[in-house]
Design a protein around this ligand. Structure first.
Ligand SMILES: Nc1ncnc2c1ncn2[C@@H]1O[C@H](COP(=O)(O)OP(=O)(O)OP(=O)(O)O)[C@@H](O)[C@H]1O
Ligand SMILES: [Mg+2]
Length: 429
């Protein structure tokens, strides 16, 4: 390890001024870190600051998953979220893992020669790591992750200033990350408790009624049905809360695999077919099959929510068009993606409601009375798509219908089993 001595006794007036301006910049960054409570923004701010302060090409943050204890890329200036999700970093046999377990700084002058070097990352993202500094991110004396600055721009040895500044940044960043997590948890818990009160109040009232003597049988039956519905609502809510809490805190692990999108759509259509047929709604799948690399179960959850919504908020005997297009052809999204859309012929969503539609617990007031739901389905879907580094949007016209669209990355491989251009599903008798 080569480190240039830039301690005050050995530096010139000029480099002293440079050092001072670096610390001033660090102070400014610390203030910025403390002013955001959005984890994604915060992590990007930290990697940006790390490359700037150490004059490096790239920086990345690996955080320890509090539930599994695994190390995962959470932000990297040279990786997409999909790439980060696809590369699990081993605790033993990686530089990040060594720093996380030892709680010490590691300076690597030639990455390819270091026995701890985990070359998979470079191979996957087609990047060459020459040298790096990795520092532990400690909050309240506990290592929560690792901050890495990669490839000095001038290829000179690291100076003590660089190391000191990166350590100071990592410590500030660790505290800011912990604060954000705590804030999100407390905010979410408050909302969750509030939402749980309604079904709980209904259950309480129902049990009180059931205890009344001489209750007619048909009345008793109605109360039991209400209790059953409210219990189901509570179960759906708790599952949704957990999903969203994991997604919001960045603890959701994506299991990436390559699959043909038509297979997933077909499975989803089969699940919702009875519901659609009950209302005389036809579902049509249009487009060509393409392969994507994504988390099958999570994308299925997204698709099921969009289809269920398109049925719930549609008219009797309405239509649903489920489209698969290439972004290359639509020109609306980046070419290495496909565009999936679910269009319905329902009541539509007003211009005033559209900006809030992906917010937690948001339900359009008029419709909330007619249908049941948690108001969490779309926010979960939006975050799942976002976790894949993709986007979800809505377009809608009142009394005409709504289209929800989202992108997915195209897998590099050609489809193994080309499927027919269109398939149609008519309601079962
Ligand atoms: N296709 C649609 N057409 C019209 N309004 C919709 C459509 N999809 C969603 N909405 C509106 O957006 C709200 C939020 O949808 P979301 O899927 O998040 O929750 P939900 O369907 O109410 O509950 P859950 O999905 O948990 O069962 C819905 O309550 C509804 O008012
Ligand atoms: Mg829904």
């Amino acid at each position: 390890m080569t480190v240039q001595d830039n301690s005050p006794e050995s530096v010139s007036f000029d480099s002293y001024r440079q050092l001072l301006s670096r610390y001033e910049r660090l102070l400014e960054i610390s203030r910025q870190l403390n002013s955001t409570l959005d984890l994604g923004t915060l992590l990007n701010l930290i990697t940006g600051a790390a490359t700037e302060l150490t004059d490096t090409e790239e920086a990345s943050i690996l955080l320890i998953d509090p539930s599994s204890g695994e190390l995962r890329f959470e932000a990297a200036s040279n990786m997409t979220p999909g790439m980060m999700a696809a590369i699990p970093v081993p605790m033993s046999g990686s530089i990040g893992g060594w720093v996380a377990t030892h709680g010490e700084i590691l300076i690597v002058e030639d990455a390819s020669q270091d026995s701890r070097w985990f070359g998979n990352v470079d191979k996957t993202i087609q990047f060459e790591t020459r040298n790096l500094i990795a520092v532990p991110m400690k909050a309240h004396n506990r290592v929560i992750g690792v901050l890495e600055a990669v490839n000095r721009r001038d290829n000179q040895p690291w100076t003590k200033d660089h190391i000191n500044t990166l350590v100071a940044l990592a410590n500030q960043a660790a505290i800011a990350i912990q604060n954000t997590r705590l804030f999100q948890q407390s905010d979410f818990i408050a909302e969750m408790v509030h939402e749980l009160r309604t079904p709980l109040a209904a259950l309480r009232a129902s049990t009180a009624l059931l205890l009344r003597p001489k209750l007619p049988d048909d009345r008793r039956q109605d109360i039991i049905v209400t209790m059953q519905e409210e219990t189901e609502r509570l179960t759906a809510m708790t599952t949704a809360f957990l999903d969203l809490a994991r997604l919001e805190s960045g603890r959701t692990r994506l299991e990436m695999e390559v699959f043909g999108i038509f297979r997933l759509i077909a499975e989803c259509v089969e699940v919702v077919a009875p519901q659609a047929s009950e209302r005389g709604i036809q579902i049509e799948v249009i487009g060509e099959n393409h392969e994507t690399e994504a988390d099958w179960n999570k994308i299925k959850q997204v698709m099921l929510n969009l289809l269920t919504n398109a049925i719930k908020y549609n008219r009797e005997n309405g239509h649903i068009y489920c489209r698969v297009e290439l972004c290359e052809d639509t020109g609306d999204c980046s070419p290495e993606h496909m565009l999936l859309s679910v269009q319905d012929t329902g009541y539509g969503i007003s211009k005033e409601d559209q900006p809030h539609i992906f917010d937690k617990f948001y339900r359009v007031a008029d419709m909330a009375g007619y249908t049941t739901g948690t108001g969490l389905g779309l926010s979960i879907a939006f975050r799942i798509v976002q976790a894949h580094g993709c986007e979800m949007t809505v377009t809608s016209e009142v009394d005409v219908g709504t289209t929800f669209s989202f992108t997915l990355p195209l897998a590099e491989r050609a489809p193994e089993h080309p499927m027919p251009g269109s398939m149609e599903l008519t309601p079962r008798e």
